[in-house]
Design a protein around this ligand. Structure first.
Ligand code: FAD
Length: 404
């Protein structure tokens, strides 16, 4: 990959940078950083000027641009300290799933509004008894005489469900076939009768994710995504999109290297030469890991730019990014001591407190570090696959085996 911008990319970067500078005070206003209405307005502003859904097809409300153009937008947003798009789950996971598996009517109804954050979306996959082993999910969908579906069950860890207008919902429609084969995906109206979202408080102080209960919720058959029993294939589209959006396209995950360097440099002067040398060594190691992540992200971008489907580097990128962010954050805490707890960046955010509290979640969301290591072990290194006790049995039989 050529790391320099081509003339077209440089022109695009200049255009994006000019726009972001012009609207900087709105886009990074610390006073409205956590305000939901302001976050929706920020996303709409970016969308209306062509900076959201850059790679989405024009027919889906996107710009029809290249992965490199999207990466440049991401890099420039990171440069000004943009707090992130509110509808990230919608853009990264739900929208791409509707694009591939939705009907024309669903695409028309949902996609443009999703990109403008007029509707917020969530992804309803994980349950109390199924996370890494997603296909073990139990939320039941039963078809009624009039063709509609009646849903009962519980999801958990659903990011943004308390704000969401719609969600993609993976359900079990047939317990008498192998567990991956009896699933069906739907779009669910999160305001429908019988849907209850309860926020869960995290140790970071935030409450962005929820447990969600479905008590006899009715979904019309026209809101099914893909065929009955094909939910696993539909979910793979979502999961692939999730790895891509978390795998980093040349941007950092969690705690940025540059912010870490600036923080440490500003505070190291007061420390002894020995201590400074130790911190520099550790910082060097963490910095190299972060660069590794960045360049793995570029490999992903290269593959996408050539129209290829990315391989397991998307999983490797997410794993490496999480590990590198952890190294940096731990180093900052060791080097700064108690000061790390109180040190604030210019916009008043406490980088190290947030990264210490948030990184354990990053190591779980979208595939835990252990599961991603399994993927790399099996699909990259060719190691023997894990033994799977539920092979060749129906979902109902595997439940009976586990005594549930
Ligand atoms: C910040 C955050 C946001 C999230 N947002 C969403 C969301 O919007 N929608 C949604 O559906 N879900 C969401 N999740 C849930 C997430 O997908 C699950 O937490 C994740 O898949 C792990 O599942 P689990 O929590 O059930 O843990 P488990 O799968 O029970 O894992 C428990 C432990 O066992 C390990 N383990 C499990 N299987 C293996 C294996 N085969 N080999 C080795 N070790 C293994 C895991 O690594 C982990 O350490 C979110 C989670 C977090 C932290």
């Amino acid at each position: 990959m050529d790391f320099d911008d081509t003339p077209d990319e440089a022109a695009w970067r200049q255009q994006v940078r000019r726009f972001l500078e012009e609207h900087r005070s709105t886009l990074v206003d610390p006073a409205t950083r956590h305000d939901v209405a302001a976050a929706r307005a920020r996303q709409a502003l970016l969308y209306d000027h062509g900076y959201v859904g850059v790679t989405w097809p024009e027919a889906a409300g996107g710009r029809g641009g290249t992965p490199m153009q999207q990466a440049i937008v991401d890099q420039e947003l990171a440069r000004i300290g943009f707090p992130g798009l509110i509808n990230l789950i919608g853009i990264g996971m739900c929208g791409p799933t509707v694009i591939v598996h939705g009907s024309e009517e669903q695409k028309e109804r949902y996609l443009r509004r999703l990109l403008r954050a007029e509707d917020i979306w969530c992804q309803l996959f994980s349950e109390p008894a199924s996370g890494s082993d997603l296909a073990a999910l139990r939320t039941k969908a039963v078809q009624q005489e009039d063709g509609s579906w009646r849903i009962s069950g519980q999801k958990v860890w659903t990011t943004l469900a308390h704000l969401a207008d719609y969600g993609i919902l993976l359900t079990r429609t047939d317990p008498d076939v192998a567990k991956h084969r009896g699933l069906t995906m739907f779009v669910v109206d999160m305001k429908a009768p019988g849907v209850t979202a309860r926020p869960l408080r995290q140790m970071s102080g935030g409450a962005e994710f929820n447990e969600v209960f479905f008590d006899d919720v009715v979904i019309p058959d026209s809101e099914r995504l893909g065929e009955v029993g094909q939910g696993w294939q539909v979910a793979l589209t979502t999961l692939m999109s999730e790895r891509l959006s978390l795998g980093g396209g040349g941007t950092e995950i969690g705690a940025g290297v540059d912010a870490a360097a600036a923080h440490l440099a500003a505070r190291l002067g007061a420390q002894s030469a020995d201590r400074q040398a130790l911190v520099r060594q550790s910082f060097g190691r963490a910095y190299v890991s972060s660069l590794g992540t960045r360049y793995t992200g570029y490999r992903l971008l290269s593959a996408l730019s050539k129209g290829a489907l990315p391989g397991p580097e998307a999983s490797a990128g997410k794993l490496a990014g999480t590990v590198a962010a952890r190294q940096l954050s731990d180093l900052a805490v060791r080097a700064l001591g108690p000061e790390a707890v109180f040190a604030s960046t210019a916009d008043g955010e406490n980088l190290w407190q947030q990264s210490q509290a948030g990184l354990p979640g990053m190591a779980i969301a979208g595939g835990t570090n252990e599961v991603l290591r399994n993927v790399i072990g099996e699909r990259v290194l060719g190691l023997p696959a894990e033994p799977r006790a539920d092979k060749g049995v129906t979902f109902r039989e595997s439940l009976a085996q586990s005594g549930s």
